[in-house]
Design a protein around this ligand. Structure first.
Ligand code: ADP
Ligand code: MG
Ligand code: MG
Length: 206
């Protein structure tokens, strides 16, 4: 099926990107965390690729499989947030991927990250990238009547601004919050990996 193939392709592109950015993400995490975000994400996406090899070809199952792999292999704070939220949001794709179901998926993903991490916008976490991306995606589709590809392009731009916003603010959640004011001036690793993954999704969707 075409949708299943696209999800496999997107996962492969994400895995390649995580491998390529491993040292970038680790450097960001070494400034305000414990220098493992690059290794964590790389390990998780390699595991996701392996698990997809014998997963059934339907969108919800494939996304759920990626989530399970990330929960079991990424570890740290990011593993359960990325993986658990994908597992939860995958339920919105049971009838296939449409403009409507993709909005529901995105909203459920954001909701779950917020719920599990207890973080909101401005805490200097991945939520700062996900929120503007999801809000922009939903608005572009539901209000502006954009097609999903155009909406995704706008969402990626919004995520990029969200990542930039993490630099000048103080961390209030996660390891970086232990640094207090010393976290100011550093870009958040998890917001950055979120942007990279969205960029790959857009690239494959094009
Ligand atoms: P750890 O901090 O356990 O080593 P990682 O380095 O893999 O885990 O991931 C760190 C990233 O996780 C942070 O940059 C941040 O974006 C995200 N993060 C940490 N805590 C939270 C939280 N409570 N809510 C949302 N995101 C969080
Ligand atoms: Mg870390
Ligand atoms: Mg860690």
């Amino acid at each position: 099926e075409a949708q299943a193939e696209a999800i496999r392709e997107a996962t492969a592109a994400m895995a390649d990107r995580m491998a390529a950015e491993k040292s970038v993400l680790t450097d960001l995490d070494s400034a305000i965390g414990d220098a493992d975000h690059g290794a964590n994400m790389n390990r998780g996406f390699q595991a996701a690729l392996e698990r997809l090899e014998d997963a059934d070809d339907d969108p919800a199952t494939l996304v759920k499989t990626v989530g399970v792999a990330l929960v079991s292999e990424v570890g740290g704070a990011a593993g359960p947030l990325y993986g658990g939220s994908l597992m939860k949001a995958s339920g919105e794709l049971e009838e296939g991927v449409t403009a409507e179901s993709s909005v529901a998926f995105a909203e459920r993903y954001l909701e779950t990250v917020e719920e599990r991490g207890k973080a909101s916008v401005g805490d200097k976490t991945m939520v700062d990238a996900i929120t503007p991306a999801v809000h922009t995606y939903k608005k572009s589709i539901e209000v502006d009547d954009c097609d999903p590809l155009e909406a995704l392009g706008k969402a990626v731009d919004a995520a990029e601004r969200g990542v930039a916003f993490t630099t000048p603010i103080r961390a209030k959640k996660g390891r970086a919050s232990y640094l207090g004011w010393r976290s100011v001036g550093h870009q958040d690793p998890g917001a950055t990996s979120t942007l990279y993954l969205l960029e790959e999704l857009l690239e494959v969707a094009r």
